[in-house]
Design a protein around this ligand. Structure first.
Ligand SMILES: [Zn+2]
Length: 135
């Protein structure tokens, strides 16, 4: 899964919905408490909505009360990239899909054990697939 996906802005714009494009390519944020997966508890894997790379497992999902889907760990460290984000007058750590570079959300250090991390992720950046069947 290490093959990087590189597309032009025009290609992404053609493939993604306007809301997906705004969040995943322009680092937007969906409104709190509105996301499709905010209160989603089914068993399965959340993949990148842009390229399909597995990102988060439902077993690491928890209710943070933040208004966005929250996870304490990615399925594998190499599946997400982190970068400093100096926007909005804050220094935060941006989380991106390591395969296609899609913006997913941010990671904070106020999460639960065993990692102590809170991956605060936009539902729009995720595509859920249940564990049953072909996933
Ligand atoms: Zn991706």
């Amino acid at each position: 899964m290490s093959n990087k996906i590189t597309k032009t802005d025009a290609e992404w714009r053609a493939e993604l919905t306007p809301e997906e494009y705004r969040i995943m390519r322009e680092k937007g944020t969906e409104r709190a408490f509105t996301g499709e997966y905010y209160e989603h508890d089914a068993d399965g894997v959340y993949r990148c909505a842009a390229c399909g790379q597995p990102l988060f497992d439902s077993q690491t999902k928890y209710h943070s009360g933040s208004g966005w889907p929250s996870f304490y760990a990615p399925v594998a460290g190499e599946n997400v990239d982190k970068a400093a984000d100096f926007g909005h007058f804050m220094i935060r750590t941006e989380v991106k899909c390591s395969r296609c570079g899609a913006h997913l959300g941010h990671v904070f250090d106020d999460g639960p054990q065993p990692t102590g991390l809170r991956y605060c992720i936009n539902s729009v950046s995720l595509e859920f697939a249940g564990r049953e069947g072909e996933g």
